[in-house]
Design a binder for this molecule. Structure first.
Ligand SMILES: C[S@@+](CC[C@H](N)C(=O)[O-])C[C@H]1O[C@@H](n2cnc3c(N)ncnc32)[C@H](O)[C@@H]1O
Ligand SMILES: [Zn+2]
Length: 364
């Protein structure tokens, strides 16, 4: 018998199509996000998985939520397999298979929710997706080396942005992608309103509400700017705008600072949306890793970088205690602080590096 896989109440034949077990978490969160959007923001009537492979994502959306789903793949054999998977799940009334280059399909047709899940970078498809989408954009990027600054030139070419490879490069990657989405949507007078955004394993995934309204698109553009970082002492500063003045020297240690951007400086998650996704995930009896990830995102404070606790301890010359205790210490000193999904040894805070050093080295 041909190999099959079952997720939720959908079973697909795998054939020669791509299927990644590790990305099941994203499929769980995708279905929960579509449901949460439907419940709390606006009705999603049509959804396209523009890079569908087996079709499992769209089949699950159709089966669970009754959404009309288009499952597209450029490979004719894979698209044929999608067609068979639609029939074997009895979802002909809700699903259609398509066989086009995603860019052609998305320039030709409009959908309430557009999902981009390509191999590598979504950058070549953002213009077409922005044209097609009415309400919600879901994007995966597996090109973390360009996004996070490890492949600098490739990142600059793909995202027209200078990334930065430092201790919070994973968050830089999410913000570079969101910045690029905001610019692509703004071209068609669309606003970017992030609902949930995370980096995990070797990829970034973002869920964005789209509003096609000029004044809101203008507001989104105001969320773009630069992160200026001192590689010597870890001081950082945010500079909003696309043509800002940025001084070169660190005000703390006098070293030359480095700038990353233009990238997204606004919020990454919508608290109420995350709550709603969590109740959907709990209702689905979802994977506990998916639930934990969304909980961590929900609980993050809105601060556009994070600090690596071990690195700070090394610089101060103290041995690390449990990170929860360090977080409590900062909170008890009056700062906003949270753990972060980006790293188990990091925290986000509104304290700057000088204050963090003072509090953690007990100089308070
Ligand atoms: C990462 S897989 C998609 C996985 C799928 N969304 C899931 O949840 O299992 C990428 C798929 O995109 C298809 N593909 C590659 N380039 C494409 C293009 N330009 N337009 C449409 N499909 C494309 C590939 O054939 C492959 O099946
Ligand atoms: Zn410095």
């Amino acid at each position: 018998m041909a190999p099959e896989i079952t997720e939720d109440n959908v079973t697909v034949e795998l054939g020669e199509a791509f299927y990644n077990q590790h990305m099941r978490i994203d499929r769980e969160i995708t279905i929960a996000s579509l449901a949460a959007f439907n419940e709390t923001i606006d009705r999603i009537e049509s959804y396209v998985d523009s890079f569908a492979a087996t079709g499992i994502r769209g089949l699950r959306a159709a089966s669970k939520l009754g959404i009309s789903a288009t499952l597209n793949d450029i490979d004719p054999d894979v698209s044929g397999l999608i067609g068979r998977n639609i029939v074997s799940n009895g979802l002909q009334s809700h699903c259609e298979a398509a066989n086009e280059n995603a860019n052609m399909l998305l320039h030709r047709r409009r959908f309430d929710a557009v999902d981009l899940d390509p191999f590598g970078s979504p950058a070549p498809y953002l213009a077409a997706a922005s044209h097609s989408v009415r309400k919600m954009l879901l994007v995966t990027a597996t090109d973390t080396a360009p996004l996070c600054g490890a492949h600098l030139k490739s990142g600059i070419r793909k995202y027209a942005c200078v990334p930065m490879n430092n201790e919070y490069h994973a968050e830089i990657g999410v913000r570079v992608l969101l910045g690029s989405i905001a610019r692509a949507l703004a071209v068609v007078d669309g606003a970017t309103i992030p609902l949930l955004a995370y980096a995990r394993r070797h990829y970034v995934r973002v869920y964005v509400r789209v509003l096609k309204r000029v004044s809101s698109a203008d507001d989104s553009m105001k969320k773009l700017g630069f992160i200026v970082h001192c590689p010597q002492c870890s001081f950082r500063r945010l500079v909003a705008g696309l043509a800002p003045l940025m001084s070169g020297e660190c005000p703390l240690c006098g070293s030359m600072m480095q700038a990353a951007g233009p990238l997204w400086l606004g919020h990454l998650h919508d608290y109420a949306f995350c709550e709603s996704v969590l109740s959907e995930l709990n209702e689905q009896g979802s994977d506990k890793h998916a639930i934990k990830l969304v909980e961590m995102c929900r609980d993050e404070i809105d601060a556009p970088t994070f600090y690596d606790y071990h690195r700070i301890c090394h610089t101060i010359g103290i041995s690390p205690m449990r990170i929860d205790l360090a977080v409590d210490k900062l909170r008890n000193s009056g700062f906003e602080v949270s753990r972060t999904h980006f790293s188990g040894t990091a925290f986000k805070t509104d304290a700057d590096i000088r204050a963090i050093t003072r509090v953690l080295s007990d100089e308070v």
